[in-house]
Design a protein around this ligand. Structure first.
Ligand code: ZN
Length: 341
């Protein structure tokens, strides 16, 4: 049985009843991406549980992990206080069974009697959400039951009911498929053996195109200096923008968005949706922008580099200066376009 990735966004009303049972969470994520090199990810410990639950139900484990990751990153403070465990949470009534007089029921027999979702997956006699084996088994069961013969996307849609969430869940899953749960590893955005100068100008005024503030820092370097991906991630956006010229946007599995602008060109073959790793060449420094497509040379060549954090409810730019200073000290392993996989 193959599960095609066919997204259907029209089943909102059909799924409304189910969705009220599911609590989709939001968190102000671990604020800023870690600046340490190759720090293991806390979700990595859950991989055997995803794999076990997925294998029993013919689901990709990476989908379970992608859902859990997105739910974790978008939990609100209140939801986190109530459901402090990693990842998605089910509402108590859904877990215990709507007609169950005890919505805090942890007895798998009575939960089953009241058609609750909760199960005891690891044989400890309890069906509890804070036990990751039980919770992940329930998520896998639910996806398996909601999915048609060949499609898991409507079930995922029911969980989040948001096109952006769908995009992120499947993109995270694709990253997990290729790299496993990637370590928190970073790279300075320019090849360090070239000359460059960082101008820490986050928040400064800008006048082109009306008053606005500078949402990033500028790193001055010669034309053609290789521009590198700072983290594991995927190309969310690629093309021309009046302000940024030829620019690339890359999102990582912490829901941090890296914005690279004023490029002279992109790495050969780079395309939207492509997965990247730290140190992978994504383009070359230029001076494009401030006009219609192809405009160049209105300012000295530099990389405009921005970082944005998204919690699912709001997205904001923060100064990348601290990260850049840290990443500058890390060794670089440059991955050229023809070597990237
Ligand atoms: Zn700039």
């Amino acid at each position: 049985m193959t599960r095609r990735r066919r997204w259907t966004f029209g089943l909102l009303s059909m799924s409304a009843a189910v969705s009220t049972l599911l609590l989709v969470q939001q968190v102000p994520a671990s604020a800023v991406a870690s600046v340490q090199s190759a720090k293991p990810d806390p979700q990595a410990a859950l991989v055997p549980l995803y794999q076990h639950a997925a294998a029993e139900r013919d689901l990709p484990w990476t989908l379970l992990a992608g859902i859990d990751r997105y739910a974790e990153l978008t939990k609100s403070k209140a939801d986190r206080a109530e459901h402090p465990w990693y990842g998605l949470a089910f509402q108590p009534a859904a877990w215990a069974g709507m007609d169950n007089p005890n919505w805090d029921d942890v007895n798998p027999t009575t939960i089953a009697l009241f058609h609750g979702l909760g199960v005891d997956a690891n044989g400890d006699g309890l069906a509890v959400q804070w036990d990751p084996a039980d919770r992940i088994a329930v998520l896998a069961n639910w996806l398996d039951e909601q999915s048609g013969e060949d499609d898991d996307s409507t079930a995922v849609w029911d969980l989040f009911q948001d096109a952006t969430a769908m995009d992120r869940v499947y993109s995270f899953a694709a990253i997990f498929e290729r790299y496993g749960i990637p370590p928190d590893k970073h790279c300075f955005p320019l090849a360090k053996r070239y000359n460059y100068t960082i101008k820490h100008s986050f928040g400064a005024g800008r006048s082109y195109g009306g008053p606005r503030i500078h949402e990033g820092v500028d790193i001055f370097a010669g034309y053609g200096t290789p521009v590198l991906a700072c983290s594991y991630g995927y190309v969310e956006l690629l093309g021309w923008n009046r302000f940024g010229g030829w620019r690339v946007g890359i999102r990582d599995v912490n829901n941090v968005y890296y914005y690279y602008a004023h490029l002279s060109s992109f790495a050969k073959g780079l395309h939207q949706g492509q997965l990247v790793e730290p140190g992978q060449v994504i383009g070359y420094v230029g001076s494009s922008g401030y006009g219609p497509p192809g405009t160049s040379g209105k300012f000295p060549p530099h990389l405009h580099f921005g970082m944005y954090k998204d919690t699912g409810r709001s997205e904001w730019a923060f100064s990348p200066s601290a990260q850049l200073l840290q990443w500058q000290r890390l060794p670089q392993h440059i991955v050229y376009p023809d070597k990237a996989h």
